[in-house]
Structures are given as C-alpha cells and as structure tokens.
Design a protein around this ligand. Structure first.
Ligand SMILES: NC(=O)c1ccc[n+]([C@@H]2O[C@H](COP(=O)([O-])OP(=O)(O)OC[C@H]3O[C@@H](n4cnc5c(N)ncnc54)[C@H](OP(=O)(O)O)[C@@H]3O)[C@@H](O)[C@H]2O)c1
Length: 284
C-alpha cells in the first residue's frame, strides 16, 4: 500500500529583531511577519522604535530589556557593533535562543558567533532593505555546517521564496565581496562624486547621456541610499582590498597621464583586459 505523505508542520518562530528600525531590520521584521512568524523589534532610540513598530505593525521591546520568550534573535546592526550587541543580548535571551547574524562581512563576525554557547546561524543576504522580491537573489550561509531546525526553517523559507543559497567559508566570502560589493560601492560613490565636477545642471546632464550614464547613475544612487557605517565596514573587509585599490589607482593615473599627453593607449589596453575578464566570467 502506498505510504501517505505527511506534510511537515510549519514551524512558527518567535523572533526578536535587534536593530529592528534599520534598513535590514525592517526588511526582516516585515518579511517574517508576512511569513506568519511572531515578531518583536528593538533598537536604541525610543522614537524611531515606536514609529517603526507602528509602521511595521509589530510590537516593540525596550532596548536592553530581557526577552526570554523569543526563540530566535536576528542581530541587524552594523558589523563593527555586532560584538558588543551580541555580548549584551547573550544574557538577555533564553540559553536555547537561536542567534542569527546577517552581516555583510564574515571573518570577524563568525568568530564572535562561534564563541557563543547557544545555537547560531551566520548568513549574508545579498539584498538590501528595499528589495521587494528575493527571487534570484543570493544568500550565503557560512556557519554552522549542520543547521538546527529553526535555522533550517529560516534558510529554507528564503530558498522557497527564490533566494539562491550558497555555502562558503567566511574567508571565501570576504575575498569575494572585495569584487562583488566593495569595488562596486566605491565606483558608485566615486561616480556620484565625479558628477559634482561636471559643471552642467543635472537635468541637462540627464538629457545628454545614454544607457551607460543611466546604469552608473543607478549604481551611484543605490550606494548613496545605504548606511555609510555599514558600507565603510565592507570597504575594510577584504584581505587584499587595499592592494587591489592601489593597483586600480595606478592604472587610472597611467590613463590620466596618457590622456594629458594626447594618448589613449592605456585606456584601450584596459578595455581589452576588461573584455577578456568578462569573457572568463561568461559575459559577452
Ligand atoms: N543594507 C544592505 O544592503 C545589507 C544587506 C545585507 C546585510 N546587511 C547587514 O545588515 C546589518 C544592518 O545593516 P543596515 O543596512 O540595515 O544598516 P542600518 O540601516 O544603519 O541599520 C543598523 C541599525 O543598527 C542600529 N545600531 C547601530 N549601532 C548600534 C548599537 N551599538 N547598538 C544597538 N543598535 C545599533 C541602528 O540604530 P541607531 O544607530 O539609531 O541605534 C540601526 O537601526 C549590517 O550588519 C549589514 O552588514 C545590510
């Protein structure tokens, strides 16, 4: 006789989001509430917390108050603050409460999570607080290898929503974000800055540009909307980033010297190298 398949009962979590009125804190609070979990938010500033609690329609808990009833806590504060916040919340949560890291850098943060004597989940969602959909968005999970049931619920729900889950070490993660986050952010910020040198009114500039202008403007705007503190931490994370930046800046200097001397050969060489590198990545 065929065995009847018994569906696994959906686990309803009780989640506290620390940093709950920040960009990602809001995203997780609203996402988890829509998924049917019970959610509370907390944060240092009472007026911001009260406003976010009303807007997100989730209850608030005073910052630094014990929350022994939650079974999961998501730490959504800038990477530089995680050590101090995790230490503070370690004594305010039940011993079995799962603590989740979502930060954009992993090597220093994972060390701090591994030192905790409680269940943990260390992951990095590669989307921002304004993401409407997570379909096709990347999610890196670095720790632990074997996820406990609440961590599995969180990761599997994101996967079901379309997120693409990749397991990696914190070292590989931080090496990759030099190229996938830090450099794009830097180039976006530098492009935004360079527009201030144009001496043309922004509307006129907008009428005299094409697809490359729109693409770069989109990047510059997206970067400008994010938290300077979080983005500064990303700039500091890559092990070889400073060396790579010096190489890039040397190349830009060489292009500038060539152009001052009426030559664009170094620029052309750069374009050819770029085209080869993109070919390696499967681009056209
Ligand atoms: N934005 C992204 O695209 C993105 C994507 C993936 C992951 N992340 C990660 O998500 C985390 C949050 O980033 P975010 O972009 O949401 O930053 P955010 O908008 O600046 O939010 C950070 C929150 O942390 C609070 N905070 C700062 N220092 C604190 C402290 N010492 N104690 C308690 N709360 C503190 C801030 O509130 P007050 O300063 O008002 O207290 C704010 O509510 C970071 O670890 C980041 O790496 C961000």
């Amino acid at each position: 006789m065929p065995r009847r398949r018994v569906g696994r009962r959906r686990r309803r979590l009780k989640v506290l989001v620390v940093g709950g009125y920040g960009r990602m804190g809001r995203w997780f609070a609203s996402y988890l509430r829509r998924k049917g979990h019970r959610v509370w938010i907390t944060g240092r500033k009472g007026y911001k917390l009260a406003r976010a609690s009303r807007q997100l329609r989730v209850p608030k808990v005073g910052f630094g108050e014990a929350a022994p009833w939650v079974d999961t806590a998501i730490i959504s504060v800038p990477p530089q603050r995680i050590g101090q916040v995790v230490k503070q919340y370690d004594s305010l949560l039940d011993d079995d409460c799962l603590v989740v890291d979502i930060s954009s850098i992993k090597r220093p943060v994972e060390k701090c999570f591994k030192a905790l004597r409680r269940p943990v989940l260390v992951m990095h969602p590669f989307w921002g607080g304004s993401a409407d959909s997570i379909k096709g968005r990347n999610l890196a999970v670095t720790y632990p290898r074997r996820l406990e049931p609440r961590a599995r619920t969180l990761v599997e729900d994101l996967e079901k929503g379309g997120a693409v889950v990749t397991r990696c070490t914190p070292e590989e993660h931080d090496k990759a974000i030099t190229f996938t986050l830090a450099l794009p952010h830097l180039l976006g910020a530098v492009y935004g800055f360079s527009l201030s040198l144009s001496e043309l009114p922004p509307r006129r500039l907008g009428r005299l540009g094409g697809r490359s202008f729109q693409t770069m403007l989109g990047l510059a705007r997206a970067v400008a909307e994010e938290s300077p503190e979080v983005y500064a931490a990303i700039q500091m994370a890559g092990p070889r980033y400073a060396k790579i930046l010096r190489e890039v800046s040397r190349r830009i200097d060489e292009i500038a010297s060539g152009i001052s001397g009426g030559r664009a050969d170094r620029f052309m060489e750069t374009l050819i190298t770029s085209s080869r590198a993109l070919g390696m990545l499967g681009g056209s």
